[in-house]
Design a protein around this ligand. Sequence first.
Ligand code: CA
Length: 228
Amino acid sequence: MSDELILVVEDEEDIQELLEYTLVNAGYRVDVTERGEEALTLVDEHPPSLMVLDLMLPGLDGLEVCRRLKGSDLTRELPVIVLTAKGEEEDVIAGFEAGADDYITKPFSPKVLAARVAAVLRRSPASRPDAEGALNYGEIRIHPGRHEVTVDGRLANLTHTEFRILHFLASRPGWVFSRTQIVRGIHGEDYPVTGRSVDVQVASLRKKLGEASRHITTVRGVGYKLGE
Ligand code: CA
């Protein structure tokens, strides 16, 4: 089972049901709406991991929904798969121009749909910022805009480099990063970060996170990850 939430935006009832059935069967949680306006509200309230978006919607159409999502810093990273009518090549092109990550032509095979969704999720970062743009992991809240980290609401006084390491690990929880990947990922600006200094930084970071430091796991011989 996955805890990924998929938002389905489709007004045709039978297709909506087929999408929901297929995605629930594939192990996803699914939210459904038939209106573009409501889709944008739902993205704010319950940020999904991916959106399956029909282009032909009453009111705000799919292309406009996609453009708005991809035009905002908060939602740009949300992967969008657009549904297009058979033989409408222009729709596919318009969808990609609006920023869509992939497309599926109706009528679709449920197996192909599930495979496409899984493929798009795999290539997108696992962590999605919340409505304020913050990443949350347990009691740790990382706010990239403010360069701030709070633990249970209390500000953790991290250095620039400690912040970047934590933010980098949080970009893909559960993913093991080598010291080299971490160095490359944070391209230490204030001073050259080396593999060994990553260990020093992580030790200091753990101290400042207190109890919450249990979320940072050392993977012997490899590196670090966020998560047990
Ligand atoms: Ca439709």
